[in-house]
Design a protein around this ligand. Structure first.
Ligand code: MG
Length: 304
């Protein structure tokens, strides 16, 4: 699968080190000059100022670093907006049918500060009975600026870049058998919002390096065995439509992350779920590979 030209990453040199913004290029971490922002959130807050510098960045001139640890390329975004039911083959495998006239995109939120982990970090197995942990390979869209009520024709102007994501889901905690009223039968909180349920990475690839974001192969493997293999060309609501729809409901802000939904192949329809020790690899053409192990070990939030 085609590798990224380069991507924006965050790294640290030791457990106690602070976050640094860098560039991943030819599988090596490169430092940005000291005049650049400390982290991705700061860069995105000043995106229009830094965009021109990024477009002219000579990655060959950057200093190569060794002994670094990648962390998530974006920590503490303000929002993670997730589209559900957005690939026709996934809707069918979950027992639904795709309407001939597209309906309004369906969204839910993940808490931004505690769900994001980077490549190489463990996904903690959530607490609870009958968790049924599942994976969802997704294309993530990083928003460049504050925008509200925008139309689809102009939506792509608000994209800073793209990232590989995994919308990890606890299927067994989703449906409650004893709701006090039908409206409370579906528990999105327990299903989608647990710590570590949003791995992203390895880096954010700037939008102008991606070409056609809706024509990228997207795959997911568990322990090396392919489970999902599709293309972002199969999205029901396209990236501009998702941005426009989300921005009708709420103001989007710099660094907000929109997950665009997952294709067919998740474990749920086969009754096949993740266990501690499983390694999940998600790859999107041109964006790189995100790899995480499911773990029972305890981690503090400081390690995210
Ligand atoms: Mg999803």
């Amino acid at each position: 699968m085609r590798s990224p030209h380069w991507s924006l990453i965050q790294y640290r040199r030791s457990e106690s080190d602070s976050t640094h913004l860098g560039v991943l290029f030819e599988d090596a971490v490169h430092a940005l000059p000291a005049s650049w922002p400390e982290n991705a959130a700061q860069l995105l807050d000043e995106w229009r100022q830094w965009e021109a510098k990024l477009r002219n960045l000579d990655v060959h001139s950057l200093q190569t670093l060794t002994e670094t640890e990648l962390i998530a390329p974006l920590t503490y975004p303000r929002k993670i907006v997730c589209a559900g039911a957005n690939y026709s083959d996934h809707v069918q495998e979950m027992g639904g049918t795709v309407p001939s006239v597209p309906s309004e995109p369906f969204f839910f939120l993940k808490p931004p500060s505690t769900t994001i982990v980077g490549t190489g970090s463990d996904i903690l197995f959530p607490e609870g009975e009958g968790v049924k942990l599942d994976f969802e390979a997704e294309l993530g869209v990083v928003i460049a600026d504050r925008c509200q009520g925008i139309d689809a024709a102009h939506a792509m102007e608000h994209v800073a870049g793209y990232v590989v994501a995994n919308d990890v889901s606890a299927r067994g905690l989703f449906h409650r058998g004893d709701p006090m009223a039908p409206a409370f039968a579906w528990d999105w909180f327990a299903h989608k919002a647990f710590d570590g349920s949003c791995p992203i990475g390895p880096g954010i690839v700037p939008a102008w390096l991606v070409g056609e974001p809706q024509n990228l192969r997207i795959t997911l493997a568990v322990n090396g065995q392919t489970k999902q293999d599709s293309s972002t060309s199969n999205l029901i609501a396209g990236i501009p439509e998702l941005i426009a729809a989300a921005s009708r409901h709420m103001t989007l802000e710099p660094g907000d992350l929109i997950l665009t939904g997952t294709p067919a192949g998740v474990g749920m329809p086969r009754g096949e779920f993740l266990a501690p020790g499983d390694v999940i690899s998600v790859e999107i053409e041109g964006l790189g590979r995100l790899e995480n192990r499911v773990s029972l070990r305890n981690r503090s939030l400081a390690q995210l």
